[in-house]
Design a protein around this ligand. Structure first.
Ligand SMILES: Cc1cc2nc3c(=O)[nH]c(=O)nc-3n(C[C@H](O)[C@H](O)[C@H](O)COP(=O)(O)OP(=O)(O)OC[C@H]3O[C@@H](n4cnc5c(N)ncnc54)[C@H](O)[C@@H]3O)c2cc1C
Length: 180
């Protein structure tokens, strides 16, 4: 039996309603094209934050150094680099500069060429994470962790009040050139 005019209209309305619901459903289940929508990007961001944390705090990479003379020479040079880096860090660093210093300290520890020193220093960093909010915070923190190492090695404690003068290379404070 052929549908009457009213039945035809009901069928037509039903088909339209079904099409409308399908369009809504498909639209919701597709990845949004709008780059400002954070939805599908969240898991990736989390993934990259996790891999960054592993990169910074993973195992010490170098083998055991052993040789006491080489270890001491390396140590003096390394502390000089670290303290001078802190002494020339910006007084008011940007977020990018803070992250750069934090990553540098962690990777410095992981790659430090004396494996057994790096192993121990990794534990120091886990307990006392790098302070990167300003030059004085970084320099004070550097002095403190050097004293932690000094204490473990039976060396005298350094007076951290003198840290500003001790690593002033007299090189001035000009802004770095951005190009050239
Ligand atoms: C990250 C790291 C971990 C180390 N771990 C070990 C380890 O596990 N075992 C090991 O045998 N050696 C380790 N060393 C080496 C050790 O710390 C010394 O560098 C080395 O024994 C030589 O000591 P030093 O007496 O000549 O003076 P250093 O400790 O090398 O210090 C050099 C100079 O820095 C100044 N100074 C001293 N203390 C401070 C301070 N708190 N803040 C600022 N300046 C200071 C003094 O003027 C000193 O003469 C490590 C070095 C580093 C950088």
């Amino acid at each position: 039996m052929l549908p009457t005019g009213i039945s035809r209209r009901i069928i037509l309305l039903a088909v339209l309603a079904l099409a409308f619901v399908s369009v809504l459903y498909l639209g919701a289940s597709r990845e949004p094209l709008d780059a400002t929508h954070p939805g599908p990007l969240e898991p990736k961001r989390q993934e990259s934050a996790d891999s960054n944390a592993v990169l910074l705090t993973g195992h010490a990479i170098a083998p055991k150094l052993g040789n006491a003379t080489a270890k001491a020479e390396l140590g003096r040079a390394a502390w000089k680099v670290l303290h001078t880096t802190f002494a020339r860090f910006p007084k008011k660093p940007t977020d990018d500069e803070k992250e750069a210093l934090r990553s540098f300290v962690h990777l410095f520890q992981r790659l430090y060429p004396c494996g057994e020193c790096a192993e121990h220093f990794g534990k120091v960093l886990a307990k006392y994470p790098p302070q990167v909010s300003s030059r004085s915070a970084a320099a004070g923190w550097g002095c403190f962790v050097h004293n932690v190492v000094n204490k473990r090695l039976g060396k005298p404690e350094f007076n951290c009040e003198d840290i500003g003068d001790a690593y002033d290379c007299g090189c001035g404070d000009e802004e770095p050139k951005t190009k050239g």
